[in-house]
Design a protein around this ligand. Structure first.
Ligand code: NAG
Ligand code: NAG
Ligand code: NAG
Ligand code: NAG
Ligand code: NAG
Ligand code: NAG
Ligand code: NAG
Ligand code: NAG
Ligand code: NAG
Length: 483
């Protein structure tokens, strides 16, 4: 009951910002009038804190840990406190200009609306939509949102930095839904997840329903693939070494306890012990062809059962591994070679997308200076990565919020860390404004929650808003609030 009263007071204080119809000429600033809320108050468009400044985006409002679902110009530097965001007819512009003046561009904008679906929509005077955030996804899909052919999601850099990270999910025009590292060609050899629906039409689209159903429709709107059922837990791969680029240059991924560990090539040390993707570099700089007769100073180290991207400049057919080693030693351009059966592929550095694969007979041969004492495993360990890995595969969780209430919300996110594509947990306390007809939240009893979470057995994390339990909604479709 106390929770109810506090919630009401909170809603009244916020009420003046709730504007479902925003007219041209309105403006926002980071500190006063910083955002426009949707009618229910669940979503907001406006400024949120980012780094040492602010960014413009859409987020779940009214929660301590702001959950960002969309960001404008995500790679621009943080904005300072004194900027103003103006709603003009041809865009949302920043004053004073910082880099680019427009963060959103369109023509003939007249009014805008932050919808309760999480879609921020801009209309012209005839009420036609001239721009909508659902058509410009960043790293998140919200229920009801579609990823159209040729569109792509890019993971965020980290949970607190929403600029473009290192993984992407592409809805290809060949009908295939594929995950790649960034800056790679659209080629199968770089992919680490695919729906296997290539050739099923030029305009296949990915749909995400509020019940967690993720599916592909073809040009004529037939369901051609159910990626998930209504069941709640899904990830594109459960092998944490699958995502290409999870380990940086000159390092390779090894699965330990189902977690990804990055190790350096022999003769290499990690550039940054705490950052897997920073990779490894030689512990002695002695490469190149400038000192022609230094070949005698090198030896070839073997690294068995690993696979790498093949960027060979020469592919020799040689009878054995020793011949391949000699061929590389005698070639001052050669820094490594990949040997398999009779194939000896000479490589320059850096090597990337390395991973241990027990099933492969491929041996990587690395040229190292003889004087080098080779640390055999130079590991790069991310602090706390183990625990995070487990929560990341979670789709729906229960958050015991400040008001003693619980809200489920689900969204599809390309995760930044393990880069598996999975649902992201969204915790938010529930406010009474959300209990209106608009979203028709469904009340659950404690007993039902016990059932959903299997007696709260699986605790998967603790955040500022309480303990998080793993749960699966059995039949409900919408976000669920519990009071
Ligand atoms: C928003 O307000 C403008 C001007 O007051 C009006 O012309 C327009 O119809 C309104 N839009 C909606 C969706 O109510
Ligand atoms: C905030 O916006 C409201 C309505 O748009 C306006 O009346 C008020 O003056 C604004 N406050 C500030 C500090 O800009
Ligand atoms: C706005 O703030 C930035 C940095 O905080 C400062 O460099 C700039 O001069 C300020 N601009 C105005 C118009 O106050
Ligand atoms: C693809 O489908 C979407 C939605 O059905 C439609 O808006 C779009 O025009 C189509 N694109 C092409 C190239 O057919
Ligand atoms: C869409 O899929 C349905 C069912 O598989 C199929 O009958 C139809 O021909 C497909 N449409 C196109 C344009 O490929
Ligand atoms: C996907 O699931 C729906 C029911 O949720 C079913 O009607 C449909 O046939 C399934 N599609 C495929 C391709 O299996
Ligand atoms: C959906 O459910 C059916 C039957 O319960 C199962 O056979 C199928 O593998 C499921 N599909 C996915 C994508 O989980
Ligand atoms: C880790 O290193 C990579 C490559 O040097 C860099 O792009 C990235 O921002 C770093 N990540 C963090 C969290 O510092
Ligand atoms: C080879 O290296 C030695 C010193 O290590 C140097 O004295 C000699 O001139 C070099 N020979 C050639 C052909 O570069």
């Amino acid at each position: 009951m106390v929770g109810f009263v506090l919630a009401m007071a909170f809603v009244v204080a916020q009420a003046q910002q709730m504007q479902s119809n925003i007219s041209r000429g309105s403006s926002l600033t980071p500190t006063t009038n910083s955002s426009w809320l949707s009618r229910s108050g669940v979503y907001a468009f406006g400024f949120y804190k980012q780094g040492n400044g602010y960014a413009v985006g859409i987020f779940l409002a009214g929660i301590p840990q702001t959950t960002i679902v969309w960001t404008a110009k995500r790679d621009d530097p943080p904005l300072s406190t004194n900027v103003t965001l103006d709603f003009t007819s041809d865009g949302f512009s920043l004053k004073p200009t910082q880099g680019q003046s427009f963060v959103i561009e369109y023509t003939s904008g007249s009014s805008a609306s932050m919808l309760d679906s999480g879609n921020f929509v801009i209309y012209n005077a005839r009420q036609d939509i001239v721009w909508q955030s659902f058509e410009h996804p960043t790293d998140t899909l919200l229920p009801g949102q579609t990823l159209f052919a040729e569109d792509e999601l890019f993971s965020a850099k980290s949970e607190s930095d929403h600029s473009t990270g290192i993984f992407r999910l592409k809805m290809q025009a060949d009908g295939n839904l594929v995950q790649y590292p960034v800056n790679t060609p659209y080629k199968a050899e770089y992919a680490y997840y695919s729906s296997g629906t290539d050739g099923r039409g030029k305009n296949v689209t990915l749909h995400f329903a509020a019940d967690g159903h993720l599916y592909l429709l073809n040009d004529t709107h037939s369901n051609i693939r159910n990626i998930t059922n209504v069941s709640m837990v899904w990830e594109s791969s459960n092998d944490k070494c699958d995502p290409k680029g999870v380990c940086g240059l000159n390092s390779y991924c090894v699965l330990l306890d189902l977690e990804a560990e990055c190790r350096c090539l022999p003769g290499f040390v990690s550039a940054n012990q705490r950052n897997k993707t920073s990779g490894c570099s030689r512990n002695l700089v002695a490469d190149g062809c400038e000192h022609k007769n230094e070949t005698l100073k090198y030896t070839m180290e073997e690294l068995e059962s690993t696979t790498w991207e093949d960027i060979s400049y020469v592919d020799l057919t040689l009878s054995d591994k020793e011949a391949c080693k000699r061929a590389c030693l005698e070639d001052c351009n050669c820094e490594a070679a990949l040997f398999d059966d009779t194939s000896c592929k000479k490589q320059r550095l850096p090597l990337r997308y390395g991973r241990r694969q027990v099933s492969t007979s491929n041996v990587a041969l690395i040229k190292v200076a003889k004087s080098t004492t080779t640390p055999d495993t130079n590991r790069i360990v991310e602090k706390g990565s183990k625990r995070k890995g487990r929560t990341d595969i979670l789709i729906v969780s229960l958050s015991l919020a400040a008001f003693g209430s619980i809200l489920f919300a689900i969204s599809v996110v390309v995760l930044c860390k393990h880069n598996v594509w999975a649902y992201k947990r969204v915790n938010t306390p529930i406010r009474d404004s959300e209990l209106n007809e608009d979203i028709a939240l469904q009340p659950y009893t404690y007993e039902e929650l016990e059932k959903i979470t299997n007696n709260f057995t699986e605790e998967v994390g603790r955040g500022a808003s309480g303990t998080v339990y793993k749960g699966v909604i059995l039949a409900s479709q919408k976000p669920v609030a519990v009071k």
